[in-house]
Design a protein around this ligand. Structure first.
Ligand SMILES: CC(C)(COP(=O)(O)OP(=O)(O)OC[C@H]1O[C@@H](n2cnc3c(N)ncnc32)[C@H](O)[C@@H]1OP(=O)(O)O)[C@@H](O)C(=O)NCCC(=O)NCCS
Length: 161
């Protein structure tokens, strides 16, 4: 499997927005809104940085890392969103995407600063919490009730490297 993880480029916006709409079908109400969402996040670099996974040059997943509370000496970052195209799930792509993109994000945007904390949120019914626990050692610490049509779990990785 020849999987490449790299920072997104402007030309990737339409394909990312397609996978975004596939992964999160109720987040926006039109194709145009999905595109606009990705476009404005892309423009918020270096606070928001997307990475993509390409398999044989086909874009099959994306991840968005963001920095919280300023560009702090002890950085607080959030894995804001991850999506892998449906037909490619369960093959370890999400795991590789998190690990490699975080290495790139740290190398290109965080260093020489250190990461104090990684925040992750997901619906408490979403199996992504297993992924976050397994790959980042994240643990749930609180629940936001009644948001996005359910309850949202907030997880933290308090010991990163
Ligand atoms: C969450 C998501 C990115 C995982 O991507 P993936 O490529 O399937 O992940 P992996 O194959 O690397 O799975 C890694 C681990 O995650 C967990 N996991 C992922 N999907 C799971 C599922 N459907 N059921 C149970 N565990 C699951 C498992 O612990 C798995 O480890 P294992 O294979 O050793 O059991 C993908 O399912 C997805 O895009 N979902 C829709 C969007 C979404 O919900 N994103 C997360 C919220 S932002």
């Amino acid at each position: 499997m020849k999987l490449l993880v790299r920072e997104m480029k402007e030309k990737d916006i339409p394909l990312i927005s397609k996978i975004y709409s596939e992964c999160f079908p109720i987040d926006c109400t039109s194709k145009k809104d999905y595109l606009t969402w990705i476009k404005c996040n892309y423009q918020a670099k270096p606070r928001f940085v997307y990475y993509i996974a390409e398999l044989n040059k086909e874009l099959i997943g994306y991840i968005l890392w963001i920095e919280l509370g300023g560009f702090r000496k002890e950085a607080v970052i959030e894995l804001e969103q991850i999506g892998v195209s449906e037909k490619m799930r369960g093959k370890g792509i999400g795991t590789i995407l998190i690990k490699k993109s975080l290495d790139l994000f740290v190398k290109d945007y965080i260093r020489p600063r250190k990461i104090e904390l990684i925040k992750l949120t997901t619906s408490n019914r979403n199996q992504a919490q297993n992924l976050y626990r397994k790959v980042l050692g994240a643990e749930p610490e609180c629940v936001m009730k009644g948001i996005f049509g359910g309850d949202e779990l907030i997880m933290f990785t308090r010991k990163y490297k």
